[in-house]
Design a protein around this ligand. Structure first.
Ligand code: UT7
Length: 329
């Protein structure tokens, strides 16, 4: 698929409460040392009373300010989330209302591709830019509501948060890569609603996230490398041409393995998982916005966004800012 994009602005929202590894030591049989050694995570942010749309709104407002546009200039909103406020209406419609855009025609909907959701939203949005001038894309999660806080295998990994971008059409070609492998459905999942039987109301099922961590780890290393190589091939570039890689912030060791296999310096990979943990669909846009705040994303940068998640899903986007436009390949 061949189209163009320019990132006009970006923003992020931290959830209200910082939870350290030491806090979790008081809940489950774990230790700060184990969590740091196995994942690189030292803290994560967890919401107190904000839902997914509230975090999304905060990130969106920052992205709109950063883009120097009026909120009324937004014509489409896509929210990537697996933890929406409710089954319906979509979080995107709630964000539209909270932005005060009810009176305007906005094309608003959610997508769920788990931790790859933001990459899927990015690809979708760039395909829609011939119809909508400014598109707000958001990754927002309140994973804390689907985590079993007594399961040490998962509760130490995840956090809440949101990241947002405003996209408009640019002048260069762009290519994305995104896929899923449905045969790995069971290794990372959370149950939803039960089917009804004989028109009987059934109690809600357990909604906690369950995971076979080792399987996800191996999958992640394989598909992160595959996705990076795919967008590099499309762009006729090599890894040496890339200034910064912003991976899904799941685990320091996963990223380290990918760097080693690709024979690329680990410093090329941006990481903020130490502070945020894994915020699923929010992790890449939060990392992008933080890298932007730190001045790491300037006019000369070529950047790859790359991720994986439940589905299992995965993908990458190459953003080429050389030449003055954000060029996504
Ligand atoms: O967005 C995608 C989300 N998912 C992921 O990215 C997950 C990918 N997988 C991983 O990050 C890693 O597999 C984990 C961090 C989840 C686990 O690390 P690991 O090095 O693969 O550990 P393990 O599952 O092989 O477990 C090793 C040991 C086990 O004990 P035994 O059986 O050896 O006695 C676990 O019970 O570590 C134990 N363990 C813990 N110990 C202390 C598991 N979780 C913890 C914990 N604290 N929190």
């Amino acid at each position: 698929m061949n189209n163009t994009v320019k990132i006009l602005g970006c923003g992020l929202a931290k959830a209200q409460q910082k939870i350290t590894n030491y806090d979790l030591e008081k809940r489950v049989e774990t230790s700060h040392e184990w969590i740091v050694q196995r994942t690189g995570i030292t803290s994560r942010y967890v919401t107190i009373d904000e839902n997914t749309s509230d975090l999304a709104l905060r990130a969106a407002v920052q992205a709109i300010e950063n883009a120097k546009i009026e909120k009324t200039d937004i014509q489409a909103i896509i929210v990537a989330t697996m933890t929406p406020d409710c089954l319906t209406p979509s979080t995107a419609c709630i964000v539209q209302a909270k932005l005060g855009l009810n009176d305007l025609p906005v094309f608003a909907f959610d997508i769920n591709a788990a931790c790859s959701g933001f990459l899927y939203a990015f690809q979708l949005a760039s395909d829609l830019l011939n119809r909508y001038k400014n598109i707000l894309i958001i990754g927002s999660e309140t994973l804390s509501k689907m985590i079993n806080w007594n399961d040490r295998g998962t509760c130490v990994l995840f956090g809440d948060g949101a990241g947002a971008m405003i996209l408009t059409a640019g002048t260069r070609n762009l290519y994305h890569y995104a896929n899923s492998e449905g045969d790995l459905l069971g290794v990372l999942k959370a149950e939803g609603l039960n089917l009804i039987k004989d028109l009987q109301n059934l109690a809600p099922v357990e909604q906690f996230l369950t995971m076979q961590g080792n399987d996800v780890f191996r999958f992640a290393v394989r598909v992160l490398k595959e996705s990076i190589e795919n967008v590099l091939n499309q762009a006729h570039l090599t890894i040496e041409d890339i200034d910064l890689i912003i991976p899904h912030q799941a685990n320091y060791r996963i990223i380290n393995h990918v760097a080693k296999r690709m024979k690329v310096d680990l410093s090329k990979f941006y990481m903020n998982l130490q502070e945020f943990g894994n915020t699923s669909a929010a992790s890449i846009p939060i990392a992008y916005a933080q890298a932007f705040e730190q001045g790491l994303i300037d006019e000369q940068k070529r950047i790859i966004l790359v991720g994986f998640g439940s589905g299992l899903t995965y993908g990458a986007t190459l953003i080429d800012k050389r030449g003055g436009e954000d060029c996504v390949k």
